[in-house]
Design a protein. Sequence first.
Lengths: 105, 313
Amino acid sequence: MSIETEVLWLDEHRVVSLRELVEISGLGEAELLELVHIGALQAQDNVSGGYSFSARVITAARTACRLRDDFELDTHGLGVALKLLERVHDLEKEIARLRAEMPGS
Amino acid sequence: MKYTDYYAALGVERGASADEIRKAYRRLAQKYHPDVSKEPGAEAKFKDVAEAYQTLKDPEKRAAYDALGSQPQGEEFRPPPDWSRQHGGNGFEQPSFDDIDFADLFSRFGARGAQGARGGMPGQDFEVPAQISIEDAFHGTTLSLSLSMPEYDANGQLRRVPRTVKARIAAGAVDGQRLRLPGKGGKGFQGGRDGDLYLDISLKPHRLYRATGHDLYLDLPLSPSEAALGASLEIPTLAGAVTLKVPPGTSSGRKLRLSGRGLPNPRGGAGDLFAVAQIVVPGALSDAERESYQRLAENSSFEPRRHFRGDGT
């Protein structure tokens, strides 16, 4: 059976609610809010009072769920791991950019 | 199905304590977890380690595994009679083991605990790497993904089902772009929601272009005369050739920007194409060329290493 299907881009132009993020990521609401509180996940400013997130956060939240389950981490350990992983990804992106700019690479 | 030696996967004896199993798992998880390891084949190794740990850490699953007896790794194997009734979890009988993987034998043990608010067991999410060409990123493409997913049928029997999912990737995907295909992962059971499929897009290396985000870089070899005098050159872009004016006095490394000639941004606009000047010389000179270069050297006051002299600043 072959079905052409809906494809959602997980980028900053798509917004998900806290409830959706809980359902998609596998993390609990309290865990997600604690990760936001300690700065490991970024919530968007929301005047209506509820939390909303860029769809980019889905990837980080799913990674957090894997790390929690696979390393049996508590939320604080998870926060440190996520921040370090984000730094690694930023550095890898920077290296990729510099390589792209480098002639003959 | 083929037998998998979970104790060997974790590097422990069959009589290992729960603590020894946990320590072995943690050591291997640190080494091979795909989110933290860059070792080649780490993801596959972690999958084996995690599969072993998921079963051996749970006393009920471990007892069921031990009841299968000890077999050589990878040997063709069928569970003993009555095994699935005694150990199959959730009270389901599994009459056939032909269409399932070894790991599937133990997957339903958690079914009761995993039932969500809407009831039933949610389907599994899958993440799949998908490599596309820079041309596909520029024009958009349709990926046809052939997957084998574990699914429960109406009778609660688990089997592997081949599934083909077609996904339209709009123009403008960049390296590292993640896409979500809701409901295209494993099927939920007894009213549980279907899992999602995630695509992790990467771009194949290209013979001409290097991509970073929506921008593209292209090496632009120039002869010394083109670099010194300037030139009007035909440049290949993903949308066809364009003319680029190289200004006189262009040195190696200078980036010449072709605005909007990079990858399209699906939210509007496009990245840029940068042609990076590289001055190249022929490996061997003809007599006429050598004579011209010698005359140029004699007549030129250009001092490319003037800064070597230094003035103390």
